[in-house]
Design a protein around this ligand. Structure first.
Ligand code: ZN
Length: 92
């Protein structure tokens, strides 16, 4: 009985998304531009495509984002180490 109610609520939530739109919130920052989103109603996940559009988050996309994030973090770290983008010979 409880399961049926839970399923009904879930259906209602999906209906809400169908009637209106997904109410998405940022879940993870991948890069400055690429982010991972989640709908607060149906828990469907989205991400930013290379064209800047919102697309469903697939397993493949998730993997790509993971790589992208680690690359981005590494670049950010390097930028922090070298503030003006140039290596100083004396500091090496
Ligand atoms: Zn939704």
């Amino acid at each position: 009985m409880l399961l049926i109610i839970i399923k009904k609520i879930k259906d209602l939530k999906n209906l809400f998304c169908k009637l209106f739109q997904h109410e998405i919130v940022v879940k993870t920052d991948v890069t400055k531009i690429v982010k991972e989103y989640e709908c607060i109603h149906c828990k469907k996940q989205f991400t930013t495509s290379d064209k800047g559009k919102l697309i469903p988050l697939t397993t493949k996309r998730k993997e790509t984002n993971k790589v992208l994030k680690s690359l981005y973090q590494r670049r950010k770290k390097i930028k922090k180490l070298i503030p003006n983008g140039r290596l100083k010979r004396s500091s090496l």
